[in-house]
Design a binder for this molecule. Structure first.
Ligand code: GLV
Length: 326
């Protein structure tokens, strides 16, 4: 008998076929959003789960699913995992780093350009039939090329954005990260480390690319927003909860900063209603890694992690391998 694995969300059929070569699969191609209790029920007798950032793997679920050995996230972020609880229970977590870096950086740039150049707002204006003449200041936005980009969080995606900014757009790139990059990487990225306060004060555009953690919760809130230029834009492609969305909505409404581009939200898929009512914010539904090629690569890597761990005992991109307590 093959080991039993749950595929908790809809996925490319080719990836299901690949998993079915090794496992007895229960899949969810109708993409029903299961409650935590339903997920626990579906996980009974399963040794592995293919999941996404939407499925919370916590101590309650782990205690109720004693057969589980691996949770394979089709995402680079893993704040849906309670990793200490998983380690204590001997459950491996895996994610999908690297394969989405460049695609996500492209999207960060798309959102930056759309926000600074008022793309959504002007398109809505045109579609709603309001465009009846050219005007010297119509949808005049802020400059991207040659301006100063601040990057908060400087991992793989932050570095890929820095390279686009410095080499493609002639931007001055400053960044803040807990640990400073080595000099060689800073030089390739043409990026300079500054304190968080200096980052907020100096940047024309602020890009958030840090992973979510309890320390990163509301890393940008009312206080931080007041430290930014009133002409500044903010782009969040990191995680909901890193920005205080209610404070951001107030700041956008009152001109504390000029505009924002958001791909992630606190409590998504719900979006703060104040944000929905503002025209100076570009809103996208968590799609930064969404190209077919990249989503396929992520899905295959998540599947390969399950196959490698459950057939050979070693995953390709483990998160807590060294911490597992059996
Ligand atoms: C998407 O948000 C991811 O973490 O891959």
């Amino acid at each position: 008998m093959k080991p039993a694995v749950l595929v908790a969300r809809a996925v490319f059929p080719a990836v299901l076929d690949k998993l079915a070569l090794h496992f007895d699969i229960v899949s969810n191609q109708d993409d029903v959003l299961w409650s935590p209790a339903q997920l626990i029920t579906k996980l009974q007798d399963k040794v592995g789960v293919f999941c996404t950032g939407s499925e919370r793997i916590d101590a309650t679920l782990l205690a109720a699913c004693p057969d589980l050995k691996i949770c394979s996230n089709m995402a680079v972020g893993f704040n849906n995992f309670d990793l200490p609880a998983m380690s204590a229970q001997g459950v491996l977590g895996t994610n999908t780093p690297d394969v989405l870096t460049e695609t996500t950086a492209d999207f960060g740039f798309a959102l930056l350009l759309a926000t600074a150049r008022r793309l959504s707002e002007s398109e809505h204006f045109l579609r709603s039939g309001q465009w009846n003449r050219w005007r010297y200041d119509m949808f005049a936005g802020s400059e991207v090329h040659g301006s100063t980009l601040g990057i908060l969080g400087m991992g793989r995606i932050g570095q890929a954005i820095a390279k686009r900014a410095a080499h493609g757009f002639g931007m001055c790139v400053i960044y803040h990260n807990r640990s400073r990059l080595d000099m060689a990487t800073e030089s390739v990225c043409k990026a300079t480390w500054v304190s968080k306060a200096e980052l907020l004060k100096r940047c024309d555009h602020l890009m958030l690319v840090l992973p979510y953690s309890a320390q990163a919760h509301h890393a940008v809130g009312a206080l931080e927003l007041t430290q930014m230029k009133p002409t500044a834009t903010l782009v969040n492609i990191a995680r909901g909860g890193i920005v205080d969305d209610a404070a951001l909505a107030q700041a956008l409404r009152h001109g504390v900063i000029a505009a924002a581009g958001l791909d992630v939200f606190e409590g998504e898929p719900a979006v703060h209603p104040e944000l929905l009512s503002l025209s100076n914010v570009v809103l996208t539904p968590h799609i930064a890694s969404a190209t077919i090629k990249t989503r396929l690569a992520m899905a295959h890597l998540a599947a390969d992690n399950l196959i490698a761990y459950l057939t050979e005992g070693t995953a390709l991109t483990p998160l807590n391998e060294k911490l597992l307590k059996f």
